[in-house]
Design a binder for this molecule. Structure first.
Ligand SMILES: Nc1ncnc2c1ncn2[C@@H]1O[C@H](COP(=O)(O)OP(=O)(O)OP(=O)(O)O)[C@@H](O)[C@H]1O
Ligand SMILES: [Mg+2]
Length: 323
């Protein structure tokens, strides 16, 4: 009864070569994404969120190697030749980065940058591509889009630039949009608007989203499902509703159920958990969260827990399910 997944990650690993040895940043991550679904990835800094997205885009640093499978629309992204991956990235897979200036060319008019992808990958004429670019700028609510399209990126405010990025990413009507903290550079009020706009447009087009964010309000509002990552491993995953209501993993509980401070009431952030976040490392025999876990058992340092069903989610924890 479930439709074919759009993306199917199986045992995705990312290893970095360092002078002192190999550091595993992503450790056997597996999940499926359905067409049009919005999946949130949450976890503290260094947990491997960005590396998952970079590995899908073929954008790992040169000291990184990727393992496992990432089957997207029937082909494994990790084994595509650069030319084939380029085609996928130009037509059905897009990414929005944290800082829009990393993907905008400062010397090129915004409208021309947007049109380029359509000319290159969709074979549109220059004038048809320009018209579509302006229409998309209008849809992301850039005022006076036709005139604005003739301007350069530095003539846009931060919020507008981020909207230009959204327009650029969705212009080719991709099946999947990867968004890595796409609004952290913006004011809090503008962040919410821009993310809502992104999700609304993606829904209209039928684009699935993998969204990396620290903002729990955003996760609760926009995401169908959530993956909680720690030390490169999935600690817990499941439908957003089930995860917020009853997180089973002590790490997910700390992250999702931390008491919001008054000044953060409007934009709940991820909880603060005592101890130093683990950031990749050698392959441990046990659970990466064990040193910080308030509920650890002797077995936790020895044996890596498998993801098993709890209530409505899957959690990797030795503690017996309490419900
Ligand atoms: N080129 C590299 N060489 C070595 N280690 C790297 C390299 N790039 C990233 N790492 C490490 O990989 C781990 C995961 O990094 P990643 O960027 O995915 O974290 P993240 O979850 O996105 O964190 P943040 O929330 O801060 O963006 C970190 O420990 C990081 O230092
Ligand atoms: Mg990151």
């Amino acid at each position: 009864m479930t439709a074919e997944p759009l993306l199917s990650l199986r045992g995705l690993t990312v290893d970095f070569r360092l002078p002192q040895g190999v550091m595993r940043a992503v450790d056997r991550v597996s999940f499926d994404l359905a067409p049009g679904e919005v999946l949130g990835i949450v976890g503290e800094s260094g947990s491997g969120k960005s590396q998952i997205l970079f590995s899908l885009m073929g954008l790992l640093a040169s000291n990184g190697t990727v393992g496992g499978q990432a089957v997207f629309q029937g082909q494994d992204l990790l084994s595509l030749r650069p030319k084939e991956l380029d085609r996928v990235r130009g037509t059905s897979l897009s990414m929005i980065f944290q800082d829009p200036m990393t993907s905008l060319n400062p010397y090129m008019r915004v409208g021309d940058q947007l049109a380029e992808g359509l000319i290159l990958h969709k074979g549109l004429s220059r004038s048809a591509a320009r018209a579509e670019a302006v229409a998309m700028l209008d849809r992301v609510r850039i005022p006076d889009a036709a005139a604005r399209a003739r301007r350069y990126p530095h003539e846009f405010s931060g919020g507008m630039r981020q909207r230009v990025m959204i327009a650029m990413a969705l212009l080719v009507r991709p099946a999947l949009l990867l968004a890595d903290e796409p609004t952290t550079a913006l004011d809090v009020t503008i962040q919410a608007q821009v993310l809502d706009l992104m999700a609304e447009l993606a829904r209209e087009i039928g684009t699935a989203i993998i969204l990396v964010t620290h903002d729990l309000g955003v996760v609760a509002r926009l995401c169908d499902r959530v993956v909680v990552l720690y030390g490169g491993r999935i600690m817990e995953q499941g439908p957003a509703e089930a995860l917020f209501e009853a997180p089973a993993h002590p790490y997910a509980r700390g992250l999702l159920q931390a008491t919001p401070r008054l000044d953060e009431a409007l934009t709940p952030r991820l909880g603060t958990i005592p101890g130093t976040p683990r950031s990749g490392g050698a392959m441990l025999p046990g659970c990466p969260f064990e040193p910080r876990c308030p509920l650890r058992l002797p077995v936790c340092a020895q044996v890596q827990p498998a993801l098993t069903a709890r209530g409505g989610t899957l959690a990797a924890c030795h503690l017996e399910a309490e419900r």
